[in-house]
Write a protein that binds this ligand. Structure first.
Ligand SMILES: [Fe+2]
Ligand SMILES: [Fe+2]
Length: 339
């Protein structure tokens, strides 16, 4: 027996209610008695009920109809129906509606006692099961977060390794990822999508590993065949990363960050909305960081020149909608660059 179990009696016949109250109290249960379906439902909502004894003919509602309501707010509580007659149809409907057991009046306390003991046991098991599931869900979520952190950490190490050979690129990828993520926020992307966008930004230039250093760091302008080699880096990046990144949008963002809105970019000469949105966003972030970083061939641009560049290339190189949103929040994006 479970002495601490909470039993609720929903029974309009005061005599029956009192009788049950007394006999069950003697067995050590905590008893509460109510006379209407409405009051019973309120008690169930409080969540402290382990087993409910439910009369079928209540003044305000039929007990069988109250069952689904009870189950909807407390699916762990076991309900034992008390029926005046052994009406098999009613009993069947009650069981279908989620009743655990039924007992025919006049009630034999000994029978009721056995039924309650089993019902309490069942409620207890359900609660253990539920707690265990909650624990599992929590553990899985924690592990997922841990894996995500490790993954992002590995990506940052990879990017730092790549940028180590190029002083002009130092920090570029991380800044592009962060700017892209902020544009994603302004566009109302989901948290998960923003995270993917940031990762795509971090990794957008990974494909540069295939470009020989003498081309990458050539102080003079590149000839045709050298340019072709450099232009392979977006596709190469997506190819390399497809083994570790499952998200298609992230890979597309990497592959298409040098497409131009007017179709004159590379690698696929995609036009307008056909350019995956991650690619269009990273293009803007990439350009901003390039304009605000010192390069061998030029110095950092002034705020006015940066704005002018974006306005000039809006609709040709860049997605006009993204540029508008970006310029509206311009001060946010240039923070840290002019210090
Ligand atoms: Fe690039
Ligand atoms: Fe870049």
């Amino acid at each position: 027996m479970e002495p601490s179990a909470n039993i609720l009696i929903i029974e309009d016949d005061k005599e029956v209610r009192n009788l049950l109250f007394e006999s069950l109290s003697k067995l050590g249960y905590k008893i509460k008695g109510v006379g209407t379906g409405k009051d019973g439902f309120k008690e169930i909502q409080s969540g402290k009920v382990d087993v409910a004894l439910l009369d079928i003919l209540l003044p305000d509602i039929n007990g069988v109809d109250l069952l689904p309501q009870i189950k909807s707010v407390n699916d762990e509580a076991s309900v034992i129906m008390m029926t005046g007659v052994s009406d098999i149809k009613t009993v069947r409907k009650a069981i279908q509606n989620g009743a655990y057991d039924y007992i025919v009046k006049p009630i034999e306390i000994e029978d009721l006692k056995i039924s309650i003991e089993r019902a309490v046991e069942k409620t207890k098991l359900l609660r253990i099961h539920k707690d265990y599931n909650k624990y599992l869900e929590k553990t899985v979520a924690e592990q997922k977060e841990q894996i995500r952190k490790t993954f992002v950490g590995a990506i940052i190490s990879l990017v730092k390794l790549l940028e180590a050979r190029d002083i002009y690129q130092k920090g570029h990828s991380l800044r592009v990822g962060s700017i892209a993520g902020r544009i994603g926020e302004l566009l109302g992307f989901s948290k998960e999508r923003i995270e993917n966008l940031r990762i795509a930004g971090f990794l957008h230039d990974v494909g540069k590993v295939i470009v020989p250093e003498e081309i990458l760091f050539k102080p003079k302008s590149l000839n045709g065949s050298e340019l072709l080699k450099v232009r392979k880096h977006p596709t190469a990046g997506a190819e390399i990363l497809k083994y570790v990144i499952e998200d298609k949008e992230t890979l597309q963002g990497i592959k298409h960050h040098h497409e131009h809105y007017n179709g004159k970019g590379y690698p696929d000469k995609l036009k307008g909305e056909n350019i995956p949105i991650f690619g269009r966003i990273i293009a803007v972030a990439d350009a901003l960081d390039a304009m605000l970083s010192n390069r061998p061939y030029r110095k950092i641009l002034s705020i006015e020149d940066v704005k002018r560049e974006f306005i000039k290339n809006k609709g040709s190189q860049f997605d006009p909608h993204i540029v508008d949103i970006f310029l509206e929040n311009f001060d946010n994006f240039i923070q840290g660059y002019y210090e």
